[in-house]
Design a protein. Structure first.
Length: 266
């Protein structure tokens, strides 16, 4: 009641909105901070506004990424606040004739809303720039394509056409090997799916020497499958060589039933 009568009689005036914002941000000189603090002790409306500013300041500190503020940020914000206040039309609720006071969140957002909009737009642009600067991460499936392309494009690579070896006339395949590489590319055609406990094995037989096992692989379903076969070491052979694909029990060292065969001169 005493506070209301003091304002009615013109004996007491409240600090401006910019002063309360500076006080909430601890931006006033110490003597002005103390004057505003004494005023808040006897002015509930101003105390309510400062409490709102404190809550917003704490919320921004928790949810926003910390950046080094420009040295002139305070002057720019205050200048923008002055421009907004000059652009706003007269509010009948705050006219001297009625003496009504607009406080709390309505007054806060009316004054600081444009500043928060500018801050939000700036943070969005920073996040967008960081997102565009990120380097794309290759998909896991690209590793097979990368190694296969390296084998196919190497001038030393040889292409071996694999044909049926009596198991099924419909089967076939293409084998691409490259001397010095420990990988091979194999594209099968209509190989039967691997039974439980069985694998397909790729063998190489030089002109003079015993067969040598190169790699094991499995077929999940019948059709056209692509396999990246890894050898125990770099592939090395010379002269006429023969390749065969057999199916045998997993872990067995003996050659099983032959499904595919092919030959090439290295």
């Amino acid at each position: 009641m005493i506070h209301w009568l003091a304002h009615k009689l013109g004996l007491k005036t409240c600090p401006g909105c910019d002063t309360l914002v500076e006080y909430a941000m601890d931006g006033l000189p110490e003597d002005q901070q103390e004057n505003v603090r004494q005023h808040l002790a006897d002015c509930p409306p101003c105390r309510e506004q400062v409490r709102d500013y404190w809550q917003v300041r704490e919320g921004l500190g928790l949810c926003s990424q910390q950046h080094e503020a420009p040295p002139d940020i305070c002057s720019k914000v205050l200048a923008r606040l002055d421009e907004c206040q000059r652009e706003l039309p007269p509010d009948p609720a705050q006219s001297p004739r009625t003496g009504r006071h607009l406080g709390g969140w309505p007054r806060f957002w009316m004054v600081l809303g444009p500043a928060f909009a500018v801050l939000s737009l700036t943070m969005t642009m920073i996040a967008l720039a960081a997102l565009m600067d990120r380097k794309p991460v290759p998909a896991p499936g690209n590793e097979l394509a990368t190694v296969a392309n390296a084998i196919m494009d190497d001038p030393r690579s040889v292409h071996v056409t694999m044909t049926a070896a009596g198991a099924s006339a419909a089967v076939g395949g293409l084998l691409v090997v490259c001397p010095g590489m420990d990988y091979a590319y194999f594209h099968d055609q209509h190989l039967a799916p691997s039974p439980l406990g069985y694998d397909y094995v790729l063998w190489v037989t030089p002109q003079a020497g015993p067969p040598r096992r190169l790699a094991r692989f499995t077929v999940e379903q019948e059709g056209n499958g692509v396999h990246l076969l890894q050898f125990a070491g770099a592939f090395a052979a010379g002269g006429p060589v023969a390749f065969t694909v057999t199916r045998q029990k997993s872990g067995s060292k003996a050659a099983g039933q032959t499904w595919l065969k092919g030959s090439v001169a290295l």
